[in-house]
Design a binder for this molecule. Structure first.
Ligand SMILES: *Cc1c(COP(=O)(O)O)cnc(C)c1O
Length: 428
């Protein structure tokens, strides 16, 4: 049969209406446990679940207990693999549970974790305050680091033979700085030995499953906060990890024992969300491009950080963008002229765009990274990563772009023009 595109398959893949009285939609399997037809069948399923023997040809793993498997969880996993071209997927009750489970599975005490800065706040805390308690060494690198820089950094750490994972967020939140995934793969290869292989993991939340496919650029694992674009309606918390059968098999085993799998109802909500994933994300990116092009010309805006504004003149960043991403996304960070006071005036005057953290949803959201999502980052690091006091991060939704522009413009209107500059002039 013809191989259909992912958006075509989101309504049907992995589900057969005959399993559920002909129901067109996969029902919510709100059950904790499943009946075995015979004791022999129960025994056979557990042999597979515990890896006591390999699957026989054409043998399917049967349903046992909803911490191990459930149709809403499994069908969701099968549909998610289609976007990233992954062999396998594991879904979780949150993005953080997907991330923490992957880090725990692939790092041993004494190993080195190399990660890109800045990281999502929750991940940053987990890396610095939890992994280190288990004897894992952690080392961050700054935006713009080259392959030579990374090799030198790892070599200097004295732990070159223990590099366990390179963990990336690209584009970076909230600055949209890019990290070259293929370059990180090359660094991982440089330090890998047959008995100690470094895994490359990419948190792809910022681009969702549509605009960047890290596995195709050499990553081993892709992670998502499914709370963001995948869920897309700001009404659910969930996460996902994708990769090869082998690596995801290990992650699923740890998930079984941590018990942080997705719940049936959450899985069902995400199946619904996936049907409109592409429609939503494409509209969001179109809106973001329109908004970014208008913002960059506004007299009260000092700078706009948006991938859709990159050009040849941006050199390496533009080359990486063209290689790695198929669209610029819907995350736009702006620097309002002035400082925190001006940024807050802008945020407080928004009428349509909601003042809230999170991203990737149908409604547009705005927040102040320096005092909100990145409040835990030290002042010295904020300066190094370019998280300035006048920065506002926008997640652009599916509203009419003219309505969004009306709101942004009237809120910018309310920003006192150059009041900070004026005060400085009076002081000095
Ligand atoms: C939101 C987010 C997370 C955490 O996901 P939760 O679903 O809130 O646990 C991780 N990484 C990035 C980039 C995020 O935006």
């Amino acid at each position: 049969m013809k191989s259909f595109q992912p958006e075509t398959l989101m309504m049907s893949h992995g589900y057969n209406p005959e399993w559920s009285e002909g129901a067109v939609k996969c029902p919510i399997f709100q059950t904790s446990t499943f009946v075995f037809r015979s004791a022999e069948e129960g025994k056979a399923y557990f042999e597979l679940a515990y890896g006591l023997r390999d699957k026989e040809e054409r043998e399917e793993m049967g349903l046992i207990y909803s911490r191990l498997n459930n149709p809403d969880m499994q069908i969701l996993e099968e549909r998610l693999t289609l976007w990233d071209g992954a062999e396998a997927c594991a879904v979780f009750e949150s993005g953080m549970s997907a991330i923490s489970t992957a880090l725990f599975e692939f790092l041993q005490p004494g190993d080195l974790l190399l990660f890109s800065n800045p990281l999502y706040g929750g991940t940053n805390h987990f890396v610095h305050h939890v992994l280190t308690k288990f004897g894992i060494h952690v080392l961050g690198f700054d935006p713009g680091a080259t392959q030579e820089d990374l090799i030198a950094l790892v070599a200097k750490s004295g732990l070159a033979d223990r590099l366990g994972m390179i963990y990336l967020e690209t584009p970076a939140n909230p600055t949209n700085d890019l990290v070259d995934i293929a370059m990180c793969r090359a660094v991982a290869e440089h330090f890998s030995r047959p008995e100690h292989r470094a895994v490359v993991a990419v948190d792809n939340t910022y681009m969702g499953p549509l605009w960047q496919h890290p596995l195709k650029h050499g990553a081993d694992l892709v992670l998502y906060s499914a709370t963001k674009y995948i869920g897309g309606h700001s009404d659910v918390i969930a996460g996902a990890c994708l990769g090869s059968h082998e690596l995801i098999g290990r992650i699923k085993t740890l998930r079984t024992f941590l018990g942080n799998m997705i719940a049936p109802h959450t899985g069902w909500l995400l199946l619904r969300s996936l049907e409109t994933l592409k429609l939503r994300m494409e509209k969001q990116a179109q809106n973001a491009q329109i908004i970014a092009e208008r913002l960059v010309k506004h007299p009260k805006v000092a700078r706009v950080h948006y991938l859709g504004l990159l050009s040849e003149a941006d050199g390496e960043a533009y080359a990486t963008y063209r290689r790695q991403c198929s669209a610029p996304g819907a995350m736009v960070s702006i620097e309002v002229k002035g400082g925190e006071k001006e940024a807050f005036a802008f945020l407080n005057h928004l009428k349509l765009v909601k003042l809230a953290v999170s991203l990737g949803s149908t409604e547009s959201l705005a927040q102040h990274p320096a005092t909100m999502t990145h409040a835990g980052v030290s002042q010295e690091e904020k300066t190094r990563f370019g998280i300035t006091d006048n920065m506002v991060r926008l997640s652009v939704g599916v509203e009419h772009p003219d309505d969004l522009w009306w709101d942004l413009e009237q809120a910018l209107e309310a920003v006192p023009l150059g009041s900070a500059l004026l005060q400085e002039a009076l002081i000095y």
